[in-house]
Design a binder for this molecule. Structure first.
Ligand code: HEM
Length: 273
């Protein structure tokens, strides 16, 4: 008789990144219920609901500003306290707005971004059980398997930030004049067959896996890529070790999804083992 667990998402995936994030930044865990509903709305709101998105954006921003300016307490030893203490060592010194911007990005990125990609990674592996079983038998493939999942799983419907061409660019589709606003498309780049032969195959033996652009590129490359990789690899490895017979309890097509701008992922993963 298989055990049933309707709670893989709510008890595990939804809790790990926020707990790690609070610990890492020095955000008191008891604040989570205050800011997380708003940070969730910021990432799930549709483009048709801008007023709601903007309102909750400023609520989270205000909360982070309170942490940076000392209006609210932080946990000693966390990154926020360390940055506050070291702000004058930067050249020029970091002001409150810069610190708030950095930690606003971190508070959102290291929560729902990881939750989103982790949930979709597990959904994918449980819908393609041969890969799950291989991971259980060969845990050493976890970093390469995670990289393939990260390459192929878009965060949401948006991707890298827009860029402004700093000079004229000759491209395969013509000239991009200096000053043009460019919207790079990592979704297409991560499926380019010249770089990733058989691009839609999740192949943990692929040599070029790390050349994807899921974390962006250049000076605005994702600040938390290493943390995201570490958490995704750790959770996948540990789950496959403890539950090698894990399987979806429903057909993959019957799993319910949130369809947000950034937050686009299954809302629950009913499983058996
Ligand atoms: C799988 C999870 C994640 C994905 C797919 C992701 C993706 C991205 C992307 C595409 C960008 C824009 C990069 C560009 O335009 O070149 C970005 C920027 C950023 N990410 Fe992440 N991210 C993830 C997790 C995180 C985490 C864990 C953190 C915080 C610790 C974080 C913090 C940031 C910040 C602060 C930026 C802005 C960097 C800048 O403008 O200089 N992200 N991320």
């Amino acid at each position: 008789m298989p055990h049933r667990s309707p709670h893989l998402f709510s008890d595990l995936i939804d809790r790990v990144p926020i707990t790690v994030n609070c610990h890492f930044l020095g955000v008191p865990l008891e604040h989570v219920d205050h800011f997380r509903p708003s940070s969730r709305i910021v990432q799930i709101a549709s483009h048709e609901d801008m007023p709601d998105l903007v309102e909750h954006f400023y609520r989270v921003y205000g909360y982070v500003q309170d942490l940076v300016t000392g209006v609210r307490p932080v946990v000693p030893g966390g990154l926020i306290e360390q940055f506050r203490a070291g702000r004058d060592r930067a050249e020029p010194a970091l002001d409150d707005a810069e610190l708030t911007g950095i930690f606003f990005g971190s508070l959102l990125g290291a929560d729902q971004n990881i939750v989103s990609v982790l949930t979709k990674s597990l959904y994918t592996l449980l819908a393609a059980l041969a890969l799950w079983r291989r991971l259980a038998e060969e845990p050493e493939i976890a970093p390469r398997l995670a990289e393939e999942l990260i390459r192929l799983i878009p965060l949401g419907t948006i991707s890298a930030f827009p860029r402004i061409a700093g000079r004229d660019l000759e491209t395969s589709v013509g000239l991009v004049p200096e000053g043009s606003v460019l919207y790079p498309d990592p979704f297409a780049a991560n499926r380019g067959p010249e770089v990733f032969p058989d691009p839609l195959v999740i192949d943990p033996d692929r040599q070029s896996a790390k050349r994807h652009l899921q974390f962006g590129y250049g000076m605005h490359h994702c600040m938390g890529a290493a943390l995201a990789r570490m958490e995704i690899v750790t959770v996948l490895t540990r789950l496959a070790k403890e539950f090698p017979t894990l399987a979806l309890a429903v057909e993959p097509a019957d799993v319910p999804w949130d369809i947000g701008t950034v937050l686009r992922r299954p809302t629950s993963l009913p499983v058996t083992w």
